[in-house]
Design a protein around this ligand. Structure first.
Ligand code: ADP
Length: 260
């Protein structure tokens, strides 16, 4: 009882001392969730208390990326939930409340209601950073999140492909419209470096991200290559950012830039 009361009091102050990093993208499949999860892990490795909120309610991939599929958050009472803890992170994802194969067929108001619950009814404790993984595109949830959290910093994930950067521009402009600062772009799947000959291949093209950064008056924070190990570890539920490897260093560098 005492613990519940104390925790609830802490809850009131949420986001007061917490820097919120919102990770979004124009479309799915560009690596947004991979960036969000590994950024959270990297921030934690830098010594910060980090929470990860999976706001991609209908397509949550955070449980898989962290190897916590099937785990259930602990509910203290009807309106108070403890986040799942893994790799030093506190995590909340819709994927941990429902069966993986159960389709959610909710409309906007229900979805934004869940986001509010994730903000207000989860005992996050004292966080230095909250990383928030948005659903792709400019739907109800991205708009709600940005309106609720005007102090948040926005990171845009895209691939170098024109079709990706075009739709990324839309959500970038939406962030700016509601006065959320776009702190930068992560160009994911930037290139592939042949492990045998070292030659670089720009599989998804090049040049588009620079144009996007200019249009949004922001910088390119990182260029992450296509690395088989990133995909393999992610599939196993092990974030590559955990390890002292070349791949891990990419995300730690990104985290360091954000902390600056
Ligand atoms: P999104 O959240 O944008 O839909 P995901 O983060 O789920 O995208 O990534 C889509 C797929 O691409 C996943 O299988 C993931 O492991 C893989 N992936 C993401 N980034 C990279 C990368 N830099 N190199 C190799 N595979 C990647």
């Amino acid at each position: 009882q005492d613990l519940a009361r104390r925790l609830k009091e802490e809850k009131k102050n949420l986001f007061e001392n917490t820097r919120v990093i919102v990770v979004g993208s124009g479309k799915g499949g560009v690596g947004k969730s991979t960036v969000a999860v590994n950024l959270a892990v990297a921030l934690s490795r830098l010594g910060f208390e980090v929470g990860l909120l999976d706001a991609d309610i209908l397509g949550s991939s955070v449980p898989r990326l962290l190897g916590i599929v099937g785990e259930k958050p602990y509910a203290l009472d009807e309106h108070t939930v403890l986040p799942i803890e893994r790799f030093g992170l506190k995590i909340i994802s819709m994927g941990n409340f429902v069966d993986e194969d159960t389709p959610l067929i909710w409309r906007g108001p229900l979805l934004t209601g869940v986001i509010d619950q994730f903000f207000n009814e989860v005992l996050w404790g004292d966080l230095d950073y909250l990383v928030l993984d948005l659903p792709p595109g400019t739907g109800d949830i991205p708009l709600t999140v940005m309106q609720r959290l005007p102090e948040a910093k926005f990171i845009l994930v895209t691939t170098p492909q024109a079709s990706a950067s075009h739709v990324a521009g839309r959500i970038g402009h939406m962030a700016k419209k509601v006065n959320v600062e776009v702190i930068g772009i992560v160009e994911n799947m930037s290139y592939f470096e042949c492990p045998k000959c070292g030659e670089r291949y720009n599989i998804f093209g090049e040049g588009e991200t620079e144009k996007l950064a200019e249009a949004l008056q922001t910088e390119i924070l990182a260029r992450i290559p296509i690395v088989v190990k990133i995909r393999e570890l992610s599939d196993e539920g092990i974030p590559p950012a955990l390890d002292d490897t070349e791949e891990g260093a990419i995300y730690v560098e990104l985290a360091e830039k954000i902390v600056e």
